[in-house]
Design a protein. Structure first.
Length: 506
């Protein structure tokens, strides 16, 4: 047990990669074996994360379960891992959604071995961002996570997958260039990439010149390099255009992970790096960040309402929902240290977790109907509730969580963001309510066009007759629905962990 506790984070981080290496030696033609092996090994990091959750002490200060291994001594960079309440919630989300996405992928029949290996490697890339306490290691995992997702979209996506995957890669890698240069600047200045050390050293540096410029100028340039990289990943308007294409063309499980976890990497970067490293600059430009967040909320909702492709509608809704995360971050930047800022941040972090659950569920449900009808056009569906009542019930439940219905998880986090941001950013928050209004409009539009109205007889008879959800598909949704309801009626179990981290960090 002592060994397990001492190496718990590295086991969670690297077990999926080790499992992927073992998978190389499994026979490619044994499709059933490959599927179940990938699913079962993906449960191991989940079990370890649950153990981590119960052993984590929210009242303790600083990072816990820290591990440090020499990685690149010449650059003063080490494999430094650790968790606090912020990263712990994201680790739990990642290890929960990965096995569910793999279970959702059992319908994949083409090159199953390569597909499952990429999924396991993707899990390591995402977990590395949340666990790294060394900036260089953070960047390595930040980039590593792009590669499996690129190939998942490019090889198993829909008709326009080449365009979507290339756009996804160019946007995210282009934004990361400034991030890399700024990380190198910090490393060269302080001879360390260790985050706890950089927090102190970088904030203590207030006067003098660097690179022939004033410290404030250099900090502002570095701040914007970080912000643009993370804004593209969230994505904040107007950097969002890669997202609907990537979602639309990705396989169902790829969309689940893209919406559920990958978008959270950008928001996590704001919380872990931008606010602690650049508090003055964040306060100075909080209005600009709030403007972009408000635009994402409003335009994301309008864009979603305008879609007739079911998957694109859900994709644009991610822009809308992640806008609330950024609004909470902007409020915290402007009013750092106040009760309102902490309420907004609690809401932003919980919204990251909640959106991961509801968005993954929505994309899976789109995939379920697409596998049966081979269309995502809302105008070609209609009146399907009598044919698939179980699917209809689950779709309505998950949609209501996305809409923000009181009693489900989305309401709790969005209410906290609005409650914290309103006294600080009153005008922006008021305008954002317009986006919230249209959230209800596009969700109800989707439900009406899929489940209600006149039945499209095409799906009622013969070989095209719609079939109900299978037990496997219900099992994918069951944990998501349970957590959606649990957080909706009893959010304190997760908010306690998040709030302790917020109180210490901000």
């Amino acid at each position: 047990m002592d060994f397990l506790n001492a190496h718990l984070l590295s086991l969670i981080l690297f077990f999926p990669t080790l499992a992927a290496l073992v998978m190389l030696f499994l026979p490619s033609k044994r499709v059933g074996l490959l599927r179940w092996y990938a699913f079962l090994v993906s449960l191991v990091p989940l079990a370890l994360s649950i153990l981590l959750w119960f052993q984590f002490d929210p009242s303790r200060e600083g990072f816990q379960f820290e591990e440090r291994y020499i990685w690149y001594a010449a650059l003063h960079s080490s494999l430094h891992l650790g968790v606090d309440g912020l990263s712990l919630t994201m680790v739990l989300l990642t290890t929960l959604l990965t096995p569910l996405a793999i279970l959702a992928s059992f319908s994949i029949t083409d090159r199953v071995k390569a597909y499952m290996i990429l999924f396991l490697l993707l899990e390591t890339g995402m977990l590395g961002v949340f666990l790294a306490l060394d900036l260089l290691i953070f960047f390595v995992f930040w980039e590593v996570g792009l590669v499996p997702m690129y190939f998942l979209i490019n090889q198993w996506g829909s008709a326009n997958r080449d365009y979507a995957s290339l756009k996804f890669m160019i946007y995210t890698m282009g934004g990361s260039l400034g991030l890399l240069l700024s990380i190198q600047l910090l490393g060269v200045l302080f001879q360390t990439y260790d985050l706890p050390e950089l927090y102190k050293a970088w904030n203590a540096l207030t006067e003098g010149t660097l690179l022939g410029m004033s410290v404030s100028t250099v900090k502002t340039i570095a701040f914007w390099a970080f912000v643009i990289a993370f804004a593209i990943k969230v994505p904040v308007w107007p950097f969002h255009t890669w997202l609907p294409d990537a979602h639309t063309e990705a396989p169902t499980a790829g969309s689940m992970i893209l919406a559920g976890v990958l978008l959270k990497l950008g928001a996590y970067g704001f919380l872990r790096l931008v606010l602690p490293l650049y508090p003055l600059e964040a306060r100075m430009y909080a209005g600009a960040l709030a403007l972009l967040a408000t635009a994402a909320i409003v335009f994301g909702a309008f864009g979603s309402y305008a879609q007739n492709d079911f998957k694109r509608l859900v994709a644009y809704s991610s822009v809308n929902h992640m806008g609330f995360v950024v609004l909470g971050i902007a409020a915290a930047a402007l009013a750092a240290g106040t009760a309102d800022a902490r309420i907004a941040l609690n809401g932003a972090i919980l919204q990251m977790f909640n959106h991961g659950l509801s968005a993954a569920g929505m994309f899976f449900l789109v995939g379920v109907i697409y596998e049966r009808t081979h269309t995502r056009n809302l105008n070609e569906l209609g009146g399907l509730f009598p044919l698939v009542p179980v699917y209809g019930g689950i779709l309505i439940f998950t949609s209501m969580a996305s809409l923000g219905l009181p009693g489900l998880n989305g309401f709790v986090s969005e209410f906290l963001v609005v409650r914290g941001a309103y006294p600080v950013l009153t005008s922006y928050t008021a305008i954002s309510m317009l986006g919230l209004l249209f959230t209800g409009a596009y969700i109800l539009k989707a439900i009406r066009q899929v489940l209600h109205g006149p039945l499209n007889e095409h799906w009622a008879h013969g070989e095209h007759r719609l079939t109900e959800m299978t037990p496997r598909e219900i099992v994918v949704m069951a944990p998501l629905m349970a957590l959606i309801l649990l957080i909706g009626v009893w959010p304190s179990w997760i908010l306690k962990v998040i709030n302790e981290a917020v109180m210490r960090l901000f």
